[in-house]
Ligand binder design. Structure first.
Ligand code: ADP
Length: 486
């Protein structure tokens, strides 16, 4: 294994444009910081609008030839990328923990999950298909085929540094699209190492271009306004997503938006309470709560509330806070001080408004952006802790009296990404899931993310799906050719 220094030194720090690693115009760089220590890990290139346009030009120039490349060739490149990422899983995991903060075990799980998108879409690429049929009039023939939408701008968030990248890059490559990737400025290192690995796997020059920058809006604005761009895929906050959708309207760009969530986690009176606690721990604490699918509100039936809360609180109190690279750590730092302040304020305000702190709730002193696993009971639907996306290790618990109330509470938010239901009654589970407004539903499970499944939300949680058979469709256009009776 590489030493820490050697691994960091192996990460490319430039922009990747038209097959070359280059400096940003003017040689500008920015610091990538370890959230557990506040120290600088590496300096990487800080792209300007000019660099972004060079990346788009490269993607545009490569589109024709990449789009004509056989699907089998594209598939083999993706499959090789899967193998290479898997071989270097430990390097990726260490890098993710350094720049994002999560415990190493969780980073390893993310690498496996992220790599799987490369394998899944390697298998989807040769399945792109169409049809030839006779129209109902018995005369005309209809030919329907798919083609790549063209150059894409992919904007990713910091919470899953490899998986959010592969979830966009893999289907784009599989479909035959070229792209400009704009990784989150807080965690660009994983995307840079991934780019190196994808090049090693055979991705041709210009097909994948990467621009790291602290000026996201300045770089993405002109790219989105340029007619050479054909598609925008974004994962991040609803606030930024709304702005990007309106920018994309000018070019009538295809858009995929994976935005915020506010997942309800519903525990019915007939649930297996121990299983529900296990599920709630994962749904809340995976990625330290810094996930759009994180359980944001735990809704428990009054008859099991006491038992559930006691067991859940005990488990939450057992989380060990510390740097993700230290053995034994089960909860890493939040990504930055701004996030920690937001989480602490939500908790403080909920307690001031009548909520009860059961576990956690105190900002620790010392370096790093740590915040403890926290449980608050007695919260009400009007509180910000229930309305906003918490994005931290904080679980507000609410009590309900019947299924109708649970559904009403669950749906009373602008978001609609995922909902979790625990019950032993399958009819009831299906009835509830049909009434819940969410793009994804979990029955007796706290995790729904799966590369083979369509990930995405409704309402303000976005549009479009990533993963599954649906994932590649986001990068394909349907073309119909009408033919007269031959
Ligand atoms: P988060 O709150 O999770 O950091 P953001 O929506 O702020 O989510 O960021 C997600 C991604 O969007 C990041 O790559 C970030 O750099 C980028 N981003 C932020 N603001 C803009 C913007 N105005 N235009 C384009 N990209 C942006």
């Amino acid at each position: 294994a590489l030493t820490d220094e050697a691994l960091l030194a192996s990460v490319p720090t430039g922009l990747f444009i038209a097959g070359s690693w280059v400096e940003a115009a003017g040689g500008r760089t920015f610091d990538v910081v370890d959230p557990a220590r506040g120290s600088v890990l590496l300096k990487v290139a800080d792209a300007s609008a000019e660099d972004g346009m060079a990346a788009l030009a490269a993607a545009h120039d490569a589109q024709e030839s990449w789009g004509r490349t056989g699907a089998r060739v594209r598939a083999e490149i993706l499959r090789r990328a899967f193998t290479l990422v898997t071989e270097r899983a430990e390097d990726f995991a260490r890098l993710i923990t350094w720049e994002m903060g999560k415990p190493l075990a969780e980073s390893r799980a993310e690498v496996a999950y992220g790599a799987e998108f490369l394998r899944w879409f390697s298998e989807e690429a040769p399945r792109i298909s169409g049809r030839y049929m006779t129209a109902p009039d018995g005369v005309n023939r209809l030919l329907v085929r798919k083609r790549p939408v063209g150059p894409c701008l992919l904007i990713t968030p910091w919470n899953f540094p490899i998986a959010m990248a592969t979830r966009k890059i893999a289907p784009a490559l599989a479909a035959g699209c070229t792209m400009v990737l704009k990784p989150a400025e807080l965690t660009p290192l994983t995307s840079l190492l991934l780019t190196q690995v994808l090049v090693e796997a055979g991705v041709p020059a210009g097909v994948l271009n990467v621009v790291t920058t602290t000026s996201a809006a300045e770089v993405s604005g002109p790219v989105i306004a340029d007619p050479r761009l054909r598609k925008l895929s974004f994962t991040g906050s609803t606030q930024v997503g709304r702005r990007l959708i309106s920018q994309a309207a000018d070019q009538v760009l295809r858009v995929s938006m994976e935005l915020g969530g506010n997942a309800p986690f519903i525990v019915c009176d007939d649930a297996d309470v121990d299983a529900a606690v296990d599920g709630a721990i994962v749904a809340k604490m995976r990625n330290g709560g810094e996930a759009c699918v994180a359980a944001n509100r735990i809704l428990v039936h009054r008859s099991v509330a006491e038992k559930f809360t006691a067991t859940f609180a005990e488990r939450m109190a057992g989380f060990v806070v510390g740097p993700g690279s230290e053995p034994g750590t089960t909860l890493g730092p939040l990504i930055d001080e701004r996030s920690r302040q937001k989480v602490a304020t939500l908790v403080d305000e909920a307690v001031a408004a009548g909520g009860t702190l059961v576990v956690g709730g105190a900002v620790p002193v010392g370096e790093g952006y740590f915040y403890p696993a926290t449980v608050v009971t007695g919260v009400t639907a009007d509180m910000a802790i229930v309305q906003d996306e918490i994005f931290g290790p904080v679980a507000p618990i609410m009590v309900f009296d019947d299924d109708a109330e649970a559904v009403r509470l669950a749906n009373s938010t602008q978001y609609g990404l995922v909902a979790f239901v625990y019950t032993r009654d399958l009819d009831r589970a299906l009835r509830l899931t049909e009434r819940l407004e969410a793009g994804m539903l979990g029955i007796n499970t706290g995790v729904v993310s799966n590369p083979a499944a369509p990930f995405g939300g409704v309402k303000a949680s976005g549009m479009g799906r990533e993963g599954g058979a649906e994932g590649i469709e986001e990068y394909l256009e349907t073309v119909y050719i009408g033919i007269r009776d031959p």
